[in-house]
Design a protein around this ligand. Structure first.
Ligand SMILES: Cc1ncc(COP(=O)(O)O)c(C=O)c1O
Length: 407
C-alpha cells in the first residue's frame, strides 16, 4: 500500500488497463467461465440492483430481514422449479456457488451417515463428477470412491452398485456433467443409494437452470429432480444458466430436518449466538438481490424463450461439428455443453489455433479433446466460431502445448 492515495481517475484508468489484459466477458469468445446473454435489458437490471445492494450483508437475517426474505423467495422459486415436496420450512439456502452448495450437501450427508454410526463415510461419484466432491472429501474427512463411466460417458450403473458399501453416505449423479454435458442415470443411481440407506445428491449446478426449461420446450428430459425417489439433495447454480453474476447458487434438501445439519450455531464467545446456514460468514447481498431480480424479471417463460434460442445455437454447432470430417461429439449431450473428440485430428492443436484466433475453448483430457459451453450470446458469433473451427481443423498440425486445464 502506498502512503498517499492516488487520484480517482488514475485508479480507474489503471484498473481498466489491467482488465483489458483479461479476456472480454461479453464477446462470446469465452466459454464456461461467464454466461453472457447478450441481452442489455438483463444487464441493466443487474447493474441497477448491484448498485443498490453493494454494501448489504446477508450474515444476519435479523438485521436485514427483507434481504433474508429475498433469499427465501429465491430458494422457494428453485425448490418449486425442481419439484421439492412441500415441507414445513425452507430446507435450503443460497450459497456463493456450485462448490459451496456441493460442500454443504456432502457435509449434511456425512452427518447423516455418522448418525447411522458410520465413522468414515464415503462419497460414491462418477469419474466425470466435478472436483468439488474431491474437495469435500478433503475438507470433511470423507473417502471419495470414483465410479467409471459407461460407453456413453455416463456413470456406470453396475459399477456404482458394486462401489456402494455400508460406508456410503451419498451417491452423486450429475444432471448434467461438466466434461461431456451428458445426464447420469439419476433414477437408477438414486435407487441404488436408497437401497443402501444412503442419500443421492444430484449435481444440477449446470442443469438446474437448463433442464426445467428444456422440459417446457417439450424436449425429452430424463427424470432428475426431487420427483425421483431417493434424491435427497440438489445443487443448482443461479450464476450459470440463471444468468446472474458470480456468487449465486442454491442447495436444497428433500427433508426439512436434513437442513439442520447444515446450520452452524455457536454461543461460546463474547458476542452472543452466532448462526450461519452456509460456509461463508459475512455474505454479499448483491448475488441474492440479483438472483431475485433476474428470476422475477424473466420468469419461467423468459428462461424458456432464452433456452429455445440457445438450443438453436447448439443445434447449429452440433450440425457443423458433425459435418467436419474426423470430428465427433462425445456421448449424447442434452443441452448447451458439448465435448469434441477426434481420432484423426489433434484437437489440442485445433485449440491452440482457436486461441490464436481469440476463442478460448477449454481442453478435455478424457477423451482428449475440446470443451464447448455455449451461452445465449454465442448466437451473435456462432458463424464466425464455426468458420474458424473448420479452418483450424483443416490446418491440422501438432499441439503447441496449450495445457488441458479446467476452465
Ligand atoms: C457440474 C458442476 N458442478 C459443480 C460446479 C462448481 O461450480 P462453481 O464453479 O460455481 O463452484 C461446476 C462448475 O463448472 C459444474 O460444472
Amino acid at each position: 500500500m502506498n502512503d498517499s492515495g492516488q487520484p480517482f481517475d488514475d485508479v480507474l484508468a489503471r484498473l481498466m488497463e489491467r482488465q483489458a489484459k483479461d479476456p472480454a466477458t461479453h464477446g462470446g469468445r469465452l466459454f464456461g467461465l461467464t454466461y453472457p446473454t447478450g441481452r442489455s435489458d438483463i444487464e441493466e437490471l443487474i447493474t441497477a440492483v448491484n448498485r443498490q445492494y453493494l454494501f448489504g450483508n446477508a450474515l444476519n437475517p435479523f438485521r436485514f430481514p427483507e434481504l433474508a426474505a429475498l433469499e427465501t423467495e429465491v430458494v422457494e422459486s428453485v425448490s418449486s422449479m425442481l419439484h421439492r415436496p412441500p415441507g414445513t420450512f425452507q430446507a435450503g439456502t443460497m450459497t456463493s456457488g456450485g462448490t459451496e452448495s456441493i460442500l454443504l450437501a456432502m457435509l449434511v450427508h456425512r452427518e447423516r451417515a455418522r448418525a447411522r454410526g458410520i465413522e468414515r463415510p464415503q462419497i460414491v461419484a462418477p469419474r466425470s463428477a466435478h472436483p468439488a466432491y474431491a474437495k469435500a472429501a478433503h475438507y470433511f474427512d470423507l473417502d471419495l470412491v470414483q465410479v467409471p463411466l459407461d460407453g456413453q460417458w455416463r456413470a456406470d450403473v453396475d459399477a456404482t452398485r458394486a462401489a456402494v458399501s455400508e460406508r456410503t453416505a451419498v451417491v452423486v449423479a450429475s444432471a448434467f456433467s461438466y466434461p461431456h454435458g451428458v445426464m447420469d442415470p439419476v433414477e437408477e443411481l438414486a435407487a441404488i443409494a436408497a437401497q443402501a440407506g444412503a442419500g443421492c445428491h444430484v449435481d444440477a449446478c449446470i442443469g438446474g437452470f437448463v433442464l426445467p426449461f428444456l422440459e417446457r420446450l417439450g424436449r425429452e428430459v430424463p427424470p432428475f429432480d426431487f420427483r425421483v425417489p431417493g434424491v435427497t439433495s440438489i445443487s443448482a447454480d443461479v450464476h450459470k444458466y440463471g444468468y446472474v453474476p458470480k456468487g449465486a447458487s442454491v442447495v436444497l434438501h428433500r427433508d426439512d430436518d436434513w437442513f439442520s445439519h447444515q446450520v452452524f450455531l455457536y454461543d461460546r464467545w463474547g458476542s452472543g449466538t452466532y448462526g450461519s446456514g452456509a460456509i461463508a460468514g459475512a455474505r454479499p447481498a448483491s448475488p441474492i438481490a440479483c438472483s431475485w431480480a433476474v428470476i422475477s424479471y424473466l420468469g419461467a417463460n423468459g428462461y424458456t424463450e432464452i433456452m429455445g434460442q440457445l438450443m438453436e445455437v447448439v443445434a447449429k454447432v452440433r450440425a457443423a461439428v458433425e459435418a467436419i470430417a474426423g470430428l465427433e461429439i462425445v456421448g449424447e449431450p442434452i443441452g448447451p455443453v458439448l465435448a469434441l473428440r477426434s481420432d484423426v485430428v489433434d484437437l489440442y492443436a485445433v485449440g491452440d489455433e482457436m486461441d490464436a484466433r481469440g476463442w478460448h475453448l477449454n481442453r478435455n483430457t478424457e477423451p482428449r479433446g475440446l470443451h464447448l459451453m455455449l451461452s445465449p450470446a454465442h448466437a451473435g458469433v456462432v458463424d464466425r466460431l464455426l468458420d474458424d473451427l473448420a479452418q483450424a481443423v483443416a490446418l491440422g498440425g501438432e499441439s503447441r502445448g496449450g495445457e488441458a486445464r479446467y476452465s
